[in-house]
Design a protein around this ligand. Structure first.
Ligand code: ADP
Ligand code: MG
Length: 283
């Protein structure tokens, strides 16, 4: 039977907006040595906007480019999609054969032409060498069609107000924070610096996120992972304790032990403190 103290821990957490789906997680949480954070939508607000762009074709103007991308992004629930949907003034174009390349981007057909929107990984896989030269490494989202780069963007997101204090509170408890993201290194490093994280892994594909977690577990770390996306699901399932942002995708929510319904990151140190109290009561 579940000890009374675990039940009372779960109910105290619920009052703080922290939903504990798995009672064992409350006990494991007391032993956490490292917290691994996803970036987009977790450390950041998940409401990105376009801060820079470049267009490499004379066939389309800025508004037409945005119309193409936002029509594709209409089928995506990745936070990046919001930056383009918000920017679009026109009506979305009909899309066929939409594909979600999780951790890389999306593709689909508009007027029988296939367009891709995504990271430079996706780009490098599909582009001819001449086009690869054009890649602006400071940009993180690219639009291309038939081996031609049409446009590139820097899509950036503000960090959550409480991210810095969360990392600081964890440090005080002797817990180290790590940033693990599919986004490019420059953006990742900037965000890490802003919130006081000094260990960063960027340009990490979804499967590699899980591998990275395994690698750290083999070093003897007890890991909590926190994420919001489909791309985080394998790593969330692997971690010793997993947290999902309440605003996250369904897959992230169902892969997690603890859901932060109040979407406030300070819930993580709070949940860990609560678990330590709970364990003390059990003993
Ligand atoms: P994170 O780990 O930060 O949550 P992801 O693994 O989901 O990031 O995505 C990694 C990269 O893939 C993004 O930075 C972006 O370049 C690209 N990408 C993924 N999904 C999309 C999308 N819907 N539209 C545009 N680019 C995308
Ligand atoms: Mg994310």
């Amino acid at each position: 039977a579940t000890p009374m103290s675990v039940l009372s821990g779960i109910s105290r957490a619920a009052k703080m907006g922290i939903f504990i789906r798995n009672g064992d997680a409350l006990q494991v949480s007391s032993k956490i040595s490292h917290v691994v954070f996803d970036k987009t939508g977790t450390i950041t607000k998940g409401k990105p906007s376009i801060t820079e762009f470049e267009i490499y074709t004379s066939k389309y103007n800025y508004n037409e480019i945005i119309e193409l991308i936002s029509s594709l992004e209409n089928n995506s629930d990745h936070p990046i999609s919001l930056a383009f949907k918000d920017e679009n003034k026109g009506k979305p174009l009909p899309i066929s054969n939409f594909k979600n390349h999780v951790g890389f981007g999306i593709s689909g057909e508009i007027n029988h032409k296939t367009y891709y929107v995504g990271s430079d990984f996706l780009l490098k896989k599909l582009l001819v060498d001449k086009e690869k030269m054009k890649i602006k490494t400071s940009h993180n989202v690219y639009l291309f069609h038939e081996n031609h780069l049409l446009a590139s963007f820097l899509v950036s997101d503000m960090v959550r107000e409480e991210s810095y204090d969360t990392v600081k509170a964890l440090k005080k408890m002797g817990i180290k924070s790590i940033l693990l993201t599919g986004d490019q290194l420059l953006t990742a490093k900037k965000v890490a610096r802003q919130v006081g994280i000094d260990e960063v892994y960027a340009e990490v594909k979804p499967q590699e996120k899980q591998d990275k977690v395994i690698e750290m577990q083999q070093k003897g770390y007890t890991l909590a992972m926190i994420g919001d996306g489909i791309n985080d699901a394998p790593a969330l399932a692997q971690a010793d304790v997993s947290f999902a942002m309440g605003s996250g995708s369904d897959v992230a929510l169902t892969s997690s032990d603890i859901i932060i319904l109040n979407t406030n990151l300070t819930s993580i140190p709070k949940a860990i403190k609560l678990s330590k109290l709970t364990i003390r009561n059990i003993k």
